[in-house]
Ligand binder design. Structure first.
Ligand code: MG
Length: 172
């Protein structure tokens, strides 16, 4: 197999506060995220997408929210730990694509910084970082500014060409 695709999703509740962290970027606003870690929905969704691409479980299995060590943790550390997993070693991240669904805060002005932060964190050129932000048209918890959501997709490419010989099993 030469490619793998993975999908990730995350949601966190909002409460009154002084800012949120999204895609590794701090955004000042009258909300904060209720979470065990820093509650970065984009990075959590991306971790799950990476894990899903290689069938290596999910973020909660690797970093349980019952573990005090992860309290308030910078989610970039989760990303670095996931990228370092042996299951991902044969694979190179080709591109990633993210949806952020947030009624508040407004994110348009922050998208360039978020893409730059993701490019650095995932060691990808900017043209391999898709990031869209949209409101939820006032619907549901996100629309009522009670939550933030993110969705992510990643594509992985095998680092070296597969060696296949007639009659031999597929190299995995
Ligand atoms: Mg999360």
């Amino acid at each position: 197999m030469t490619h793998r695709v993975g999908i990730g999703y995350d949601i966190h509740r909002l409460e009154a506060g002084d800012g949120v962290v999204i895609a590794g970027v701090r955004v000042s606003c009258p909300y904060r995220v209720i979470a065990h870690s820093d509650g970065d929905v984009v990075l959590h969704a991306l971790c799950d997408a990476l894990l899903g691409a290689v069938a290596a479980g999910d973020l909660g299995e690797h970093f349980p929210d019952t573990d005090a060590a992860h309290r308030g943790r910078d989610s970039r550390e989760f990303v670095r730990a996931v990228l370092a997993l042996p299951a991902l070693a044969p694979w190179r991240l080709a591109n990633l694509d993210v949806n952020i669904i947030a009624q508040a805060p407004r994110l348009a002005a922050h998208k360039p910084a978020m893409r730059a932060a993701l490019a650095e964190l995932f060691s990808l050129p900017l043209d391999c970082i898709g990031l869209k932000a949209r409101t939820n048209e006032g619907c549901d918890a996100v629309g009522e500014m009670r939550a933030l959501q993110a969705q992510a997709v990643v594509l992985l490419e095998r680092r070296s060409p597969e060696v296949r010989k007639s009659g031999s099993p597929e190299v995995r």
